[in-house]
Ligand binder design. Structure first.
Ligand SMILES: Nc1nc2c(ncn2[C@@H]2O[C@H](COP(=O)(O)OP(=O)(O)OP(=O)(O)O)[C@@H](O)[C@H]2O)c(=O)[nH]1
Ligand SMILES: [Mg+2]
Length: 610
């Protein structure tokens, strides 16, 4: 066994928004890998469109910088619990990690999750108390809470001895003494060099674990991973070892390593480094690529199970085929199965219906991001309400349970507790938080969380914060009765008009404006009663020659309540669907005509299935 002192491999891990990607900006910029006049902007690693729009990291990505002659491979990871699979996918590549903790928020549920994963993989952590420029920073307390978390999760005594850096990633500085403001990020670089173990190298022929895939129209499939043994060069012959025990031979065409945002073509790459290779057309994430001399597989990547499922089906609305470029079963099927290659915690299953697929993910956001990505690519399809994944264990029905942490103002304790009570949540902690409000912790079945976020934000007037983390499976606690009201359903097909919408607004809230094309069975609003109400939003005022009063001329409509994709998915009930196309997000009843819906309801009451 030997070491490579010229390399360090680190993962940046934390709860969502604790400043990982911003800190990577500082590391990139201050390692001077950009030209002086190069405009690189902010959140450089959040390079895909949805990441930039949402301001969150969705996919883990790697980059590298050089500091005092040492190459530091940096892996930026997402902090949102729904993308935990990304952390699990890439953490194998690192020897150490920067565990960021926001100096105001302190350790949060996902901080615990990622630290546990880091310990399982034997990574050496450096704690970075981050955002210490914030006005309400409470550095000493947050450090104490972080130490408590280490005490709770460490499996050996040496894990308790971790270096601490205080930083403002945004202002680009770090310091070892919280009382002294830093001037640059160098103290963090120094700490990485000193405390992250250099990669250990096992002697022997080439062996690499594939942790990521990329595609390039010229180069084809690019396999990215850490080299554990040996070296690799263009034209080397290799063997790809697959999950099912089979293998295939290939010849490497090109080898790349990373520097900054670039992939550099290199004559060879050696053990300890993170490299990208081309020439393997069949390779998948988790496969081991080795020299044919010693084709030994590395342990496969462990990915947590999905907890939420929903169906993706071919669009069956009367407007099907009008707005999307890809709308057939084949296209939908191919796209979904292709997603499995890189989205490791996703599962796709065929169902009894050939036009419908069951898609399982780590949470509503995980699935919503896939839906949004596909719709932007030109797909149209319909999705059902997300549901928690139920398992049978020893003949018992089990369901996923999550730890829910919320921060709210005291005034909302009553209303939020009541909402959560109805959703089978059990409170296990409540204490004052540092923003003058309270922090409450609950155990709640995943099914109770579905649809909760928007209700929670409405109830707290947008300033409540909630985070949830999968805990475990527990015995099924029974159904939750929906608290949502009935909907307003269009009874005719055609363009909605002001007169018809005005009538509909007499019955409830509307979701669409005049001019929107609707079809019979499409959901156009919400009503306060429990039953659905059919409304004719296409109805025009009868034309007469005489205007009875001036109020007929200018009807003032209340602006429609427009829902984002995530809100729409959260909103729908079991007998409803969201129709997704590149141009529109429509809500609809599964059964479009009112008579058939009523018949289905009466059959259901009598226990008849149709
Ligand atoms: N005051 C202050 N704000 C910061 C600092 N670092 C990041 N932020 C802000 O915190 C927010 C989140 O920053 P990101 O870098 O995207 O956080 P992240 O951990 O990468 O988030 P995810 O990848 O989505 O988990 C942004 O609005 C940043 O501007 C800091 O040092 N000080
Ligand atoms: Mg990020």
């Amino acid at each position: 066994m030997s070491y490579r002192n010229d390399i360090r491999n680190i993962a940046i891990i934390a709860h969502v928004d604790h400043g990982k990607t911003t800190l990577v900006d500082a590391l990139l910029k201050q390692s001077h890998i950009f030209r002086n006049n190069q405009e690189v902007g902010e959140l450089i690693m959040d390079s895909n469109t949805l990441e930039r729009e949402k301001g969150i990291t969705i996919m883990a990505k790697n980059t590298a910088v050089e500091y005092r002659g040492v190459k530091i491979n940096i892996i930026d990871t997402p902090g949102h619990a729904d993308f935990s699979g990304e952390v699990e996918r890439v953490i194998n590549m690192a020897d150490g990690c920067l565990l960021l903790v926001d100096s105001v928020e302190g350790p949060m549920p996902q901080t615990r999750f990622v630290l546990r994963r880091a310990f399982e993989k034997g990574l050496r952590p450096i704690v970075v108390i981050n955002k210490i420029d914030r006005e309400h920073a409470r550095v000493a307390e947050v450090l104490k809470l972080t130490q408590d978390l280490f005490l709770e999760l460490a499996t050996s005594a040496d894990q308790l001895d971790f270096p601490i850096i205080y930083a403002s990633g945004k202002q680009g500085w770090a310091t070892t003494d919280p009382a002294v403001r830093g001037t640059d990020i160098m103290p963090l670089f120094e700490c990485i060099l000193q405390h992250v173990p250099p990669p250990q190298i096992e002697e022997g022929p080439f062996q690499m674990l594939v942790s990521n895939l990329d595609f390039d129209t010229h180069l084809g499939r690019i396999a990215i991973g850490r080299i554990w043994r040996g070296r690799i060069a263009p034209h080397d012959r290799v063997v790809g070892l697959k999950a099912d025990g089979t293998s295939n031979q290939a010849e490497i065409t090109e080898v790349f390593t990373y520097l900054g945002l670039k992939r550099l073509s290199v004559p060879e790459a050696d053990a300890g480094d993170i490299a990208a290779v081309t020439g393997l057309s069949e390779v998948n994430i988790g496969d081991t690529v080795t020299s044919p001399e010693r084709p030994e597989p590395l342990p496969r990547i462990q990915i947590g199970e999905p907890t939420v499922e929903m169906t993706f089906g071919v669009n069956t609305s009367p407007f099907a085929g009008r707005e999307g470029r890809f709308s057939t079963t084949r296209q939908l099927r191919d796209r979904l199965f292709r997603e499995l290659e890189t989205n490791l915690s996703l599962r796709v299953q065929e169902t009894d219906s050939p036009d419908t697929f069951l898609v399982k993910g780590r949470g509503e956001l995980h699935l919503a991001i896939l839906i949004e990505t596909m719709r932007r690519e030109g797909y149209e399809f319909e999705v059902s309400k997300p549901e928690a994944i139920i398992k049978m264990v020893d003949g018992k029905k089990m369901e996923p349970v999550e730890l829910l942490t919320i921060d709210i103002k005291e005034d909302y304790i009553g209303v939020v507790s009541e909402m959560l009570g109805k959703r089978q949540a059990v409170m296990n902690d409540m204490r004052p938080n540092d923003q003058g409000g309270v922090r409450m912790e609950f155990h709640i079945p995943t099914k109770g969380l579905i649809g909760f976020r928007s209700a929670f934000l409405t109830a707290t007037r947008g300033d409540g914060i909630m985070n949830s983390l999968f805990l475990d499976y527990a015995e099924w606690k029974g159904n939750i009765t929906s608290t949502r009201g009935g909907v307003l359903v269009a009874s005719e097909t055609g363009p909605a008009v002001t007169y018809g919408l005005n009538n509909a607004q007499g019955r409830g809230l509307t979701f669409i404006g005049p001019g929107t094309f609707v079809y019979e069975g499409m959901i156009v609003g919400l009503n306060p009663k429990t039953q659905d109400i059919a409304v004719n939003v296409c109805k025009e005022k009868k034309k007469t020659n005489i205007r009875s009063s001036t109020s007929d001329i200018a009807i003032k409509l209340t602006p429609p309540l427009q829902m984002s994709l995530e809100q729409a998915i959260d909103f729908i009930a079991d007998d409803e669907l969201v129709e997704v196309t590149p141009e529109n997000i429509r809500l609809r009843k599964k059964i479009l005509t009112e008579t058939q819906r009523l018949r289905a309801i009466s059959h259901a009451r009598k226990g008849i299935t149709i």
